[in-house]
Design a protein around this ligand. Sequence first.
Ligand code: ZN
Length: 133
Amino acid sequence: MTETFTVETEGTVSVTDVTDPVKKQIPLEVEAGLCTIHVPHTTAGVTVNEAESRLMTDIETAVSALFADERDYCHDEIDDNAVAHLQSMLLGSNVTVPITAGDLALGTWQSILLFDGDGPRTRTVSVTVVDRT
Ligand code: ZN
């Protein structure tokens, strides 16, 4: 089964913890399986890391610094967001996390983080659960 929810991002570049809304998409009867979190966008991405506010700011800063904004990217002639596409490509559009004991098998400090490189926008997060109970 696949369910979706939306996130209203703030600022041009942002990192949002979406762990709780992802968990809400896991049916109660699913004890074991796989959960794929997919972001159907070309200027956003998803990753697993710590949802500590200063680290989330560091992720925004570090990913932004990877691609020099002043470069003359060809795609900028169309909609001036080539950097966000490159950032999205680097992070990837999906992650898969095992489900054990009815919950995401995340480590103590792991969370599902949505990255937006071209906000503010309404972003869709797709959650597909494969039940192997
Ligand atoms: Zn574009």
